[in-house]
Write a protein of this length. Sequence first.
Length: 321
Amino acid sequence: MLAAALALSACTASRPAPVIERGDNRIDPRAETYVVKRYDTLYSIALEHGLDWQDLARWNGISDPSRLAAGQVLRVKPPQGAASAQAASQPVGDGTVQVMPITAAPAIEARPIGETAASAPALAGGALKTEPKPAKLPYSEQNLAALRQRQQQPATAAAQPEAPKPSEPAAEQKPAQTAAPATPAPAPAAPAAVAHVAGINWSWPSNGPILVKFAEGGSKGLRIGGQLGDPVLASAAGKVTYVGDGVRGYGNLVIVKHSDEYLSVYAHNRKILVQSGQMVSKGQKIAEMGNAEGNKPLLHFEIRRYGKPVDPLEFLPPRSG
């Protein structure tokens, strides 16, 4: 009876475990393997390495995520075969060479120097005949003298150049009017505060006050206060990679992956409104705020780069007021 009472008392007095801070026990991003430690779960290992736990399970042939043992060695980088297959499935570019016909330049018709365009048809069909064929006259001294007289006459006088037309008087130049000084355009209104880092448009996951800030070797993120049930919003667009309570110290947890580099973490939720694998947009309600240790409503929020926690205040837009 005494043992049962003690067990019951221990259950009623338990509180959610705090987010574990491992101090200097940092993850080497270059490491290809990881040795499982006590209290580790597949989900926590994936979080620490910035991975999708399903990828981690697939790389290590794990069908049951709960079956991990301390000392077990896990691969935290994709196998060479998988990486090669992925690279092969994405062709670098089109290897075919498209042969384009060369468009021939228009032929240039050769013409004698001085020939005009009007005489061009004559090149194809012989000399251009512009006068009727003369009649043949019988030979006589009289006809020969007349022919010589015609040949000695000057050719048709060259056309006289057209007399230039008198130029019109230039229009009277009016003095240029002095332009009135331009009124400077009003300065554009300052845009709404946004934070665009690494191509990701970040926003605040909650409007509550900041209770705890990020600290190296201390808090891994921000603790934002509020009321039980307050909306928890996706800080940026991305894919939900984890939903559950399998990471010790985080309670009901949502992880959203925004790129291969960045993910965000939302812990201590009362109710989760999204599913793993779901795509979410920036500002979308993904959960409701729940209680952390001491039954105090708050949201524990993290931004991680390659699995390492970074200061969210360096990514989130400044708050007004």
